[in-house]
Design a protein around this ligand. Structure first.
Ligand SMILES: [Fe+2]
Ligand SMILES: [Fe+2]
Length: 262
């Protein structure tokens, strides 16, 4: 029987986007079916496998996306989304593989299900790009999306505080407006994809908040104080309104938590 760590590591190292998405979903399925031993015999790579394209640029050098109604604007939007989802596959795999030994089986189940969702999101965005006559890799992409993983590789508390509870929670704030713009442009199929992503991301944030609370209880710390400290230390951006309070509360993030940091 393959070990859990070996399966996750292999998926992380996969360089081809479609192969990585398939490997993430297969790993989640195999784990759910009891086909992987709960054994952590290999380390996770510091840098996951990346395809030759897209070229990765510092955020400051990314071309401006425009207002999104033109064909070029739509391609840029779906390309950016595909890239975010592609990196999200690795973030979820790394969460399970790097911290699963200490956090337990439920943690692994939760974050492998996130990895499978992100793989599906990536495939939906990549397919959308193909219907627009483009493909993932055709444009440059944001090169900073793995920074949070590097910055928090030493501490599961920091990783949970920053990745699901700041970055994925941010997606809850900004996706509804994108969805409305896409719907207003007449793209009902695109709106449906974004609705599905939004629904799934609420669950991802909830997993993060739940396991973060467990970490705080174990360390005898207040969740609000520890979260604030970890975000200030390990997140370079700012946590800022407008917040999607209803989606955040559905995900288990209380206003008192993030209002204090904003
Ligand atoms: Fe996603
Ligand atoms: Fe997510």
């Amino acid at each position: 029987m393959t070990t859990l760590a070996a399966a996750i590591r292999a998926a992380l190292l996969e360089t081809d986007p479609r192969a990585k998405a398939l490997a993430a979903r297969a790993t989640a399925r195999d784990w759910g079916a009891g086909r992987l031993d709960f054994v952590f015999d290999v380390a996770m790579p510091n840098e996951p496998g990346r395809p030759g394209e897209p070229a990765l640029l510092p955020p400051s050098q990314m071309p401006k996306r425009g207002r999104g109604h033109s064909e070029r604007g739509r391609i840029a939007l779906w390309h950016a989304l595909a890239h975010i989802e592609f990196v999200a596959i690795d973030l979820a795999l790394d969460m399970a593989g790097r911290f699963g030994a200490g956090m337990g089986r439920q943690f692994v189940s939760d974050f492998l299900s996130v990895a499978a969702d992100e793989a599906m999101h990536f495939e939906l965005a990549a397919r959308k790009l193909r219907t627009l006559g483009s493909r993932y890799g055709a444009l440059p992409a944001h090169g900073g999306l793995w920074d949070a993983a590097r910055e928090t590789a030493h501490d599961v508390g920091a990783r949970l505080a920053v990745v699901p509870m700041v970055l994925e929670a941010r997606a809850l704030d900004v996706t509804p407006a994108t969805l409305e713009r896409v719907r207003a442009s007449g793209d009902e199929n695109g709106a449906r994809i974004l609705q599905r992503i939004l629904d799934d991301e609420i669950r991802h944030v909830r997993f993060g908040a739940t396991h973060f609370t467990a970490v705080c209880e174990r360390r005898g710390e207040s969740a609000e104080i520890l979260w604030k400290r970890l975000v200030e230390r390990h997140f370079r951006g700012s946590v800022k309104p407008p917040f999607n309070d209803s989606a955040r509360s559905a995900a288990g993030l209380s206003r008192s938590l993030y209002a204090g940091v904003a």
